[in-house]
Design a protein. Structure first.
Length: 309
């Protein structure tokens, strides 16, 4: 028999824990027909509600349910890494507990795995139910990443993905502290089938991802899988050096031919402010990359486990 590890990151999701389990168990007949055993790893990312208690209740009824509880909130990226590291299955699937990743797709995903794919990934073809501003910036982010990164990051990609053990081991070999899993999936490669579906709204609770967190997450993705911002900073520096050289020649020639003094301090102030702004902008870009390198060098653990069943 094959073992399937189901990784379920949770943060303040006590209302969804049992609901997710019930939906997943609707595939029990399929699992039996395919000789697939399952283990369900709930990764409690430092929840402040009764998420861990709800998982323990399920564990008492079904020993296939496992719990890994963090000492504090380390973030979803750390929770996904912990799930991959703790998983034992021949196949591993990552799913959100809020049922935006429908368990009903698992039979179809396994059908593609039987055709020789190393992973079956999912992507949303619509963003129904999302705020328009959030959807707009999300699409722009994926378009930008396609242009500035060599790593394939599919528009609308979800973390919902079924993988072979070989692919999971490849992902675990990337032990970087600053993790952007969507990029890591693309970087490790492997033969992937993309499965499209309409967006599904949360079954319970509220999203933990506000606009600001998503914006910061997008910056993490850009700095993790592209050096284009550094190239932009270098290009702007060269451009302003050329402009300064041209303006020096212009002012000297104007003085020699026309005898006009350089007029007006307002224009001078505007130029100084603009160039200073560009300098600070480029310094900020360098600072972001330096901060990432600083965190990597410290070699802090990606997560700390408080309790494990």
């Amino acid at each position: 028999m094959s073992l399937l590890s189901v990784i379920v990151p949770c943060y303040n999701e006590e209302e969804s824990v049992e609901l997710f389990y019930s939906e997943l168990m609707k595939n029990d007949v399929f699992f039996m027909e395919k000789n697939i055993e399952i283990e369900i790893l709930y990764i409690d990312d430092g929840s402040k509600d009764g998420t861990a208690a709800e998982v323990k209740k399920l564990h008492e009824k079904d020993e296939r349910v496992r719990l890994v509880s963090f000492s504090r909130n380390f973030g979803k990226e750390s929770a996904m890494y912990a799930g991959l590291e703790k998983s034992r299955g021949d196949y591993v699937v990552m799913m959100d507990v809020d049922l935006q990743d429908p368990p009903s797709l698992l039979p179809e995903m396994f059908s593609y795995m039987e055709q020789g794919y190393d992973s079956v990934a999912t992507r949303r073809v619509s963003r129904k139910g999302e705020p328009p501003v959030r959807s707009f910036f999300a699409r722009k982010f994926y378009k930008l990443m396609k242009k500035i990164s060599k790593t394939e990051i599919m528009d609308g990609a979800r973390d919902y993905r079924l993988m072979t053990r070989q692919m999971v081991n490849a992902i675990l070999s990337m032990q970087e502290y600053n993790r952007f899993t969507k990029g890591i999936f693309g970087w490790v490669g492997f033969h992937t089938k993309w499965l499209e579906y309409e967006n599904i709204e949360r079954a319970k609770g509220e999203t933990k991802w506000n606009f600001w967190k998503l914006l910061m997450y997008s910056f993490d993705g850009i700095t993790a899988f592209s050096t284009a911002p550094l190239m932009i900073a270098s290009f702007m520096g060269v451009l302003f050096c050329i402009l300064a050289f041209v303006m020096i020649i212009f002012i000297v020639v104007r003085k020699l031919i026309f005898g006009d003094p350089v007029s007006g301090w307002p224009s001078l102030v505007c130029i100084i402010l603009m160039t200073s702004g560009v300098q600070f902008f480029c310094t900020g870009i360098l600072g972001q990359y330096l901060a990432k390198a600083y965190m990597e060098v410290k070699r802090r653990p990606i997560y700390i486990v408080k309790e494990e069943l």
